[in-house]
Write a protein that binds this ligand. Sequence first.
Ligand SMILES: NC(=O)c1ccc[n+]([C@@H]2O[C@H](COP(=O)([O-])OP(=O)(O)OC[C@H]3O[C@@H](n4cnc5c(N)ncnc54)[C@H](OP(=O)(O)O)[C@@H]3O)[C@@H](O)[C@H]2O)c1
Length: 175
Amino acid sequence: MRKVQLYIAASIDGYIARPDGGVDWLSKVEKEGEDYGYGSFIASIDTTLMGRKTYDEVLGFGVPFPYMNTANYVFTRQERQPDNNPVQFIREDPADFVGKLREQPGGNIWLIGGGGLNTVLLNAGLIDEMILSVIPIVLGEGIPLFGGQPKETHWKVAEHQVFDTGLVQLRYLKG
Ligand SMILES: NC(=O)c1ccc[n+]([C@@H]2O[C@H](COP(=O)([O-])OP(=O)(O)OC[C@H]3O[C@@H](n4cnc5c(N)ncnc54)[C@H](OP(=O)(O)O)[C@@H]3O)[C@@H](O)[C@H]2O)c1
């Protein structure tokens, strides 16, 4: 079965964005020639999942849409007209949709986030793996990695890597 992989960066205190959605703090670990495995990860998946707020944040970056070679699903409860990007807006419950999607033939699925969508899929037992890049910063406030009411779930660390920028990358599998 296709794997759903959450690949995401968070602060030490577990935030994925500032309260206003800003991710400027990720630049703290930018380093010439270091992509923290992003290139090989993106080559290993063929589908992305995003909450509507994350999608709108990506649109606000002012760069061309970054996921042109994957199937992209954006979850919203609102009526939303298609735009020029290769995304499908999904109004169905994300857990129902992803439960069916992972039964279909295809490659692995990148759960981009954000925190709202992460919790829906976590609580439905639909996250198979998490690759978490911990950025060496305490933000103090922001949008949590798992918003709302995540259920207690147990994970084991399959891999860990410490980079000289201070970024620590952890790969968790269901424990
Ligand atoms: N650090 C990182 O690597 C990283 C990665 C990804 C995202 N982010 C950041 O995360 C922030 C967004 O996260 P977020 O938690 O605020 O929002 P989100 O999870 O991206 O989107 C939440 C939206 O998803 C839609 N949705 C559909 N069904 C839902 C359900 N059952 N439960 C919850 N939401 C449902 C709703 O859209 P409607 O309101 O349209 O109905 C809801 O408002 C952005 O600032 C983004 O930059 C950071």
